[in-house]
Design a protein around this ligand. Structure first.
Ligand code: PHE
Length: 312
């Protein structure tokens, strides 16, 4: 009809942004976790299986030479389960060796000189640290090594590097920086004749990759490591030293009952995932990061995370 020629059309705006499409987003903790995972993989570490939140006191404490009266086992810090109330023990010989090292010692140690209760070791809990995962993996490493020795001669112990990043649970009083569940990052290296120098070297390299070059170590105490050291890094923004992790060399009372050769040392360190995430994303209250009070829109708008790319 030709009527179109008298109609006014709006002109096209080729500069206008399109409508935002809805898509899935990763929580900042997952972003930072992925970056830590990449960092470990770049350094040649294997990931440990962390898929069990429910653990026995045995793997969480006893295998780590943590005495049964230790305050951290108390119901104030540990969540105990009522169902199942009791865990199974598979490696009976190892279980007995752990009992002996607690009661009487061995491998140059006097032990704790108390009566170790099997029932206490079998109680079920929510794991309080990922070092429970490390103790299972090291026990498996030792068993595999012993089996290889039985079937062959001149079996070499191969050095191994492991890491894990997953959730742990503590019955804490909740405040701006503490929740009853959080994530731990843990690394460990097993090899013959490793020393404190190796520990400081490996940890130094790890944190250097994260962009933290000024590090200090402070003597500390863990029941399962000797020596133990807290790790501090100088924070340029805050203009002070902040604690960034905990570390040490696992004690012979932990490793020898597993069956690891006497000169195999295991160096290890751990840190929380929440702390670096809060610093990186400028979050002051942990409840803005995790839990039911989190504002979903901040999850959608938070920036991507890149760790240590400039340092690689
Ligand atoms: N398990 C310790 C914690 O919960 C961290 C740690 C790991 C310390 C390995 C020493 C060695 O704080």
């Amino acid at each position: 009809t030709g009527s179109w020629s008298s109609v006014h059309f709006k002109s096209y705006n080729f500069e206008a942004d399109g409508k935002n499409t809805e898509s899935g987003c990763l929580h900042p903790l997952l972003k930072v976790r992925e970056q830590f995972r990449l960092l470990f993989v770049q350094l040649g570490f294997e990931e440990m299986p962390t898929d069990n939140y429910v653990e026995s006191s045995f793997w969480n404490f006893d295998a780590l030479f943590q005495p049964q009266q230790h305050p951290a086992r108390d119901a104030h810090d540990t969540f105990f389960l009522s169902d199942p109330i009791c865990a199974q023990i598979n490696d009976r010989d190892y279980f007995e060796r752990v009992k002996t090292v607690h009661e009487k010692g061995g491998y140059g140690s006097l032990g704790y000189q108390y009566q170790w209760e099997e029932s206490e070791a079998k109680t079920t809990i929510l794991r309080t640290h990922t070092t429970a995962v490390s103790s299972r993996v090291l026990h498996k490493l030792a068993s595999d090594y012993l089996n290889e020795c039985k079937s062959g001669t001149n079996v070499e112990f191969k050095p191994r590097k492991y890491f894990s990043i997953d959730r742990v649970f503590r019955n804490e009083t909740l405040d701006a920086t503490h929740l009853a569940e959080f994530h731990q990052i843990e690394g460990l290296v097993a090899g013959r004749g490793l020393s404190l120098a190796d520990l400081k070297g490996v940890i130094g390299e790890f944190f250097r990759k994260l962009g933290m070059k000024k590090l200090r170590f402070k003597p500390a105490h863990n029941p399962y490591t000797e020596p133990s050291m807290e790790i501090f890094s100088y924070h340029d923004g805050l203009q002070k030293w902040v604690e960034v992790g905990n570390s040490g060399i696992f004690r012979p009372e932990m490793l020898r009952p597993m069956g690891l050769p006497a000169d195999v040392r295991v160096i290890a360190w751990g840190l929380s995932l929440e702390r670096p995430t809060m610093i990186m994303y400028g979050i002051k209250n942990i409840r803005d990061l995790f839990g039911h009070k989190v504002d979903i829109s901040t999850i959608k708008s938070n920036p991507m995370c890149r760790l240590g790319l400039s340092e690689s």
